[in-house]
Design a protein. Structure first.
Lengths: 348, 348
DNA sequence: AATATTTTCGACAGCGGTGTCAATGGAATC
DNA sequence: GATTCCATTGACACCGCTGTCGAAAATATT
């Protein structure tokens, strides 16, 4: 109508004409609806392929009221490596199903835009569904906005209200337990833990796993072995300084995330301790930091991309089946212990 | 028509009726077209606000042939922190102009999907324009795909063919020069450089800046002071080992990116050198790694988010003015030296 | 005051698909 | 052979907006 078509493509009408059928039949074929004769279907498919036809997304959305767009919501896109991983997985699932991935961020309420800006975006974008990542997946305002918009959503690793929506998760507690036992089985008996922020659910679950493991082995973890941290490398450094100042110095330190583990490595170096000879340090998450650190961190691999992929799958599967939306579903993914160079048996 | 409207919203018809004007007039108002009386415009705007009307994106796209979607293309979304930064900036610009951001990735040709998968996505998604990031912005196949699709595009920090499209960039050479001079001015005279991959344009420009700075000060950089690296921390470690093995050991090391600088820190620790007392190490890029490292890295801040923001702006501005597309435009952004803890004057 | 211009506004035809529903025709049933 | 029944298929309205173009109203010109 108005602008020159960027690349003169075909429309469903062209295909219908070429195949000698109605546009509705073509529509049926490309949407894999039934009720089309095998022969007709084959002919149409052939022509579609030959002419390189691809349906117009806008027209399809307008008519069907689906956008074929999935949104992933982050608190701050720039902040964490996490974000990239999530996108990789989500994109994979989207492509498989013919969806596209739109990235949205909710800025903290004080920032320009804030949650309101997010709500507006939500309405405009007409997502078919959204995936919420931590910590937005536990933000009451964000959840309210999404629910008000009537959008189906799946949460990744939520901290609470597990009945509120479908979600995917990993067993942090169990992973931390295994991570701790790995140190134990190497022979470590004085194992310290660097905790994450108090309001961070997965940090709490990891701490829980650590405690459980020790109790399992008949050891009551001493309070001074659990050092407060903030998930940042500097806090890991400080925490380690405190731990190394203890009368009975730990032989192994388990940091609740990789960044703090890197801080721990630095503190060890400052104290002239060689890792893993004099001190073992293990992390959690398996971010690129873990691989880049020196020595390379022994850690727990969190299947971030896979969780995102699963989340998008659940979402898309749910579209077909309205009941799925109501029914709460959860999907668990497996972690994996990663053995690298920062942990070893303690010196006799 | 078919599914129950998620949240019963208004259409342009409702607004027109409420305002007592034609839908076309409402359309004019919301698109800020001229040719509407001030009074009429005000009335319509008021009703739009009161009823909370937001135009249906699909309908608008179908009719206007614009999708209000901007694509950002990455090689591998998961790999670099870079990706998040770019998205932050791009999203900022998109929101301001009422666009949405879709993330796409081109997988290496050998991967499932590969460049072909990307080309298909391009056609489906009907982007109004795309932003290409390194290294895809120099990939002939990718460029060909984008151009074949007839899409306007802006590149971020391309390495070559600067006439081929508008682009945004930062002066790597000058920044590296300043970074080197900073070390020089601290009193360092034996400054080594850890180079990036041979085919990486910005690495070459940084090396050039390093060389220039030394020549500026009347020093011809010795070949053995320039160590090969691969932008990965391990390669920085190895390079540093070689440099520290030199008869006349350098007092400062300038790594062409932060990751290699982190490797350098590790190598220094292994050699029992305290940074920055015994050895200064500086990086480039100012990724989170720089802040997380121990000691925190003195580096050069690359305005990644701002570059992406500028790229999207150029793209959107170009839509209004067809001539802009043809005309090559470039926009330069400023780097910023970041002073942290890994560099200090050499020991007397 | 009559006419020429300009500004403001609306009718209407698409954009390219999907949903509804009725028509067609061959197989199955009686 | 007439009737009923599915499986196929197509006609057509419609999704909500923008572009075109002509009409009406306001303003300027002579």
């Amino acid at each position: 109508m108005q602008r020159d078509p960027p690349a003169a493509k075909f429309t469903i009408v062209d295909i219908a004409r070429a195949a000698g059928v109605s546009i509705k039949t073509v529509s049926r074929v490309i949407n894999q609806e039934e009720g089309v004769g095998a022969e007709t279907r084959a002919r149409v498919l052939e022509i579609v392929a030959a002419m390189g036809y691809r349906p117009n997304v806008s027209a399809r959305s307008l008519s069907s009221r689906r956008s074929y767009l999935i949104g992933v919501i982050f608190m701050r896109v720039g902040a964490y490596h996490y974000v990239g991983e999530v996108q990789v997985g989500a994109m994979r699932a989207c492509r498989r199903a013919g969806y596209h991935l739109v990235v949205e961020q909710v800025l903290p309420p004080d920032a320009v835009g804030g949650v309101q800006g997010f709500a507006d975006e939500l309405r405009d974008a007409r997502f078919d569904g959204v995936v919420l990542t931590p910590p937005t997946c536990d933000d009451p305002e964000v959840l309210a906005a999404v629910e008000t918009a009537g959008l189906p959503y799946v949460r990744i690793a939520p901290d609470r209200e597990f009945e509120r929506s479908p979600y995917v998760f990993m067993d942090d507690r169990k992973a931390a337990r295994e991570q701790t036992l790995r140190l134990w089985n190497m022979g470590h008996r004085r194992i310290a833990f660097i905790d994450g922020p108090a309001d961070h659910g997965s940090a709490a679950r990891r701490r829980q796993g650590y405690i459980e493991a020790l109790r399992d082995r008949g050891v009551e973890p001493r309070p001074e072995w659990i050092a407060k941290g903030e998930f940042l490398s500097l806090s890991g450094f400080d925490a380690t300084e405190r731990l190394l100042g203890l009368p009975e110095r730990p032989t192994a330190i388990f940091a609740a995330n990789d960044e703090m583990a890197v801080g721990a490595l630095a503190a060890a170096a400052k104290h002239g301790l060689s890792v893993p000879r004099d001190l073992s340090v293990v992390g959690f998450d398996d971010t690129p930091t873990a691989e880049a650190a020196w020595p390379r961190l022994t850690t727990v691999h969190q299947p971030t991309a896979e969780m995102a992929e699963a989340a998008v799958e659940m979402l898309i599967d749910g579209f077909g089946d309205e009941r799925l939306r109501a029914r709460v579903a959860a999907r668990q993914l497996d972690y994996r212990l990663v053995q690298r160079d920062s942990a070893a048996p303690p010196l006799a």
